[in-house]
Design a protein around this ligand. Structure first.
Ligand code: SF4
Ligand code: SF4
Length: 139
């Protein structure tokens, strides 16, 4: 008998606490956006699609080493006349199929004042094919 009333008490308490949350939110302004007519304002440190600046990249490889999913690859530019590796890239590639948007590459990148690889605020990029996830920048 005691167990019966205990169960009723527990269920009622759970129901009321759930209804209390609903009640509190009933009087707050709506957060629904009429996408695509309305767009979300993203926070300052939002991790959107990665962008890359091939002109400032020094091919230092730090982003490649920092990336936990090994989705960045690059080839440094080698001067054909001297056969010396220059602080420039030949090509740079990100496999967005593996990227988890962790920002470790951006934090490792030493270029100043703007990082050569960095997150943008873009969140509307869609891909329909696995091949489109490999994005390559060529010098
Ligand atoms: S955001 Fe993370 S997973 Fe994506 S490329 Fe940068 S380090 Fe790699
Ligand atoms: S993007 Fe930055 S960290 Fe990566 S190779 Fe270029 S300069 Fe180095």
């Amino acid at each position: 008998m005691i167990l019966y009333f205990k169960t009723i008490y527990k269920v009622s308490a759970a129901l009321l606490s759930g209804m209390w949350v609903t009640f509190k939110w009933m009087f707050r302004p709506s957060m629904t956006l009429q996408y695509p007519h309305e767009k979300a304002v993203t926070p300052e440190r939002f991790r959107g699609t990665l962008v890359f600046d091939k002109d400032t990249c020094t091919a230092c490889n730090l982003c490649v080493k920092a990336c936990p999913t090994a989705c960045i690859s690059l080839e440094p530019y080698v001067d054909p006349a001297t056969n010396k590796r220059l602080a420039k890239i030949n090509w740079y590639q990100i496999d967005f199929g593996k990227c988890n948007y962790c920002r470790l590459c951006e934090e490792a990148c030493p270029t100043k004042p703007v990082k050569s690889v960095r997150h943008s605020h873009g969140y509307e990029w869609t891909m329909t094919d696995r091949k489109e996830m490999h994005v390559k920048w060529v010098r």
